[in-house]
Design a protein around this ligand. Sequence first.
Ligand SMILES: [Zn+2]
Length: 259
Amino acid sequence: MNYRRLLTLSFSEVVAGINCMFPPVNGLRVLMYHAVGTPALGDELGLFSISPNLFKQHMTLLAGSQNVRVVRFEQASLDDLGCRVAITFDDGYLDNLDVAAPILSEIGIPFTVFVTSDFVRNRKAGFLSPEALRELGTFPGAQIGSHGASHVALTKCDESALNNELISSRHYLEDILGVEVRKLAYPFGAVDRHVRDAAFMAGYTLGACSFSGVNSLGRDPLLLRRTEISALDSGRVFRQKMHGDWDWYRWRSQDPIFL
Ligand SMILES: [Zn+2]
């Protein structure tokens, strides 16, 4: 034992070390990625675009895990039976089609991409075009959800803007894909009771926030917690996050259930 090393451990390393003595937390863990290999919007710290190699390493670790079962986001049943993981991407980067989807298909992992519909409609550079979105929808295991229309914090919208963000994005994506879109990820994780209820009224059945942690029995399906995966998460940190060692992050923000 290197006792001098013990004195230099960070808080997160101490927590991870203690948590490793316990089994992984049961329930549904929803992972949140953004870009894979191309620049992400407003990403000054380089946290939101993971390298393709590291992403592949994460997925390979997941596929090889004895303790974790990978499930489709929309098939998630909220119970405490075992550890399940679902993969999601926010914003709708073009690299989700060009880079991530082939890796996921090859390994056989299902995934959901939450798309900002105005980025698609306006053919914003670096994001999925209507044709690319349609192609992504044909990938085995791929599901598309809404990330709103214009990527604004929904908690700051007035009533008419809120409904427009929720409903127009859903209809636009449904027109392109020819399938129902009932899943939503709240931009910036900005959600409160009012936004959650508006999403329900707009026809969504599953909502993903940015509030950290695992989802167990009784969790509101429109306020699902997610585990953010950063571009800097090594294989070791990824394993710790799957295990729940970083779930203390949730104490840094308030659960939207109470907002
Ligand atoms: Zn976003």
